[in-house]
Design a protein around this ligand. Structure first.
Ligand code: ZN
Ligand code: ZN
Length: 240
């Protein structure tokens, strides 16, 4: 039988659930099977969601059976019948939008436009593409944006009183922790092309803490010089 739960797949987000609700309204309560073209189309959009890039490598991630299953969940919330599999997000989205198909449609259009735009713009800008190529650079960048890694690195540096940019030495501009976080970025110091598989788990020791400005300069320098540049070398190359 079709796999609907998608073991290990991330929970549906609010944005995704809004897209599903939009389709649910279009379908007028009649939910077709996963082979329906409209279901397949939504599955494709969901698999392109920028923040699910890793998960979408799994075949079961938001496949059309999973989408059909979500539509059934939404029908359960809508009709109040058989609420077994309904999630908090399903309930919350229904509460917010269940009575407003038009508002759902316009928000869904915005979300779809956002997904399309991130397809067009999120991939690495050419001026920062590493010599290893676009896909590797993208993987590197994606890894650096992993929110958990950032948090871990920030709190470990904070605990050791080492909260400063490893390139220019600048401390955070403010004691306000939210501003402090905006100041710093994570730089992955191991070129992915030199790790054997490119997919090993990232350790904190693989990361450097840089201010946003130095991080940008360093990536640019790597792209311009077409070779990997370490943080230490970056100091002189970038003149900070
Ligand atoms: Zn810096
Ligand atoms: Zn970096």
């Amino acid at each position: 039988m079709a796999r609907t739960h998608g073991h290990g797949n991330p929970n549906w987000t609010r944005d995704e659930t809004i897209l599903a609700l939009d389709l649910y309204f279009d379908l007028n309560g009649k939910i077709p099977s996963g082979s329906d073209e409209r279901i397949k189309a939504l599955s494709e959009v969901l698999r392109r969601f920028p923040y699910h890039a890793e998960a979408s490598r799994k075949e079961s991630f938001r496949n059309s059976d999973g989408v059909a299953f979500k539509l059934q969940n939404l029908r359960q919330v809508a009709t109040g019948k058989g609420l077994g599999n309904v999630s908090e997000t399903d309930r919350a989205v229904w509460l917010e939008f269940g009575a407003s198909p038009d508002a759902t449609k316009s928000l869904a259009n915005l979300i779809r436009a956002g997904v399309a735009a991130s397809q067009a713009s999120e991939p690495v800008r050419e001026d920062v593409e590493f010599v290893e190529g676009r896909v590797i650079t993208e993987l590197h960048t994606r890894r650096e944006r992993e929110p958990k890694l950032r948090e871990q690195l920030l709190s470990s540096r904070h605990a050791r009183n080492k909260l400063f940019c490893e390139m220019c030495g600048a401390p955070p501009p403010s004691a306000n922790s939210a501003l402090r976080e905006a100041h710093f970025e994570v730089h992955h110091i191991v070129p992915l092309s030199s790790t054997s598989t490119g997919t090993r788990t990232t350790r904190l020791s693989d990361l450097a803490l840089l201010c946003a400005n130095c991080h940008r300069l360093l990536h640019r320098a790597i792209a311009v010089e077409k070779r990997w540049i370490t943080v230490a070398e970056g100091k002189s190359v970038c003149g900070v």
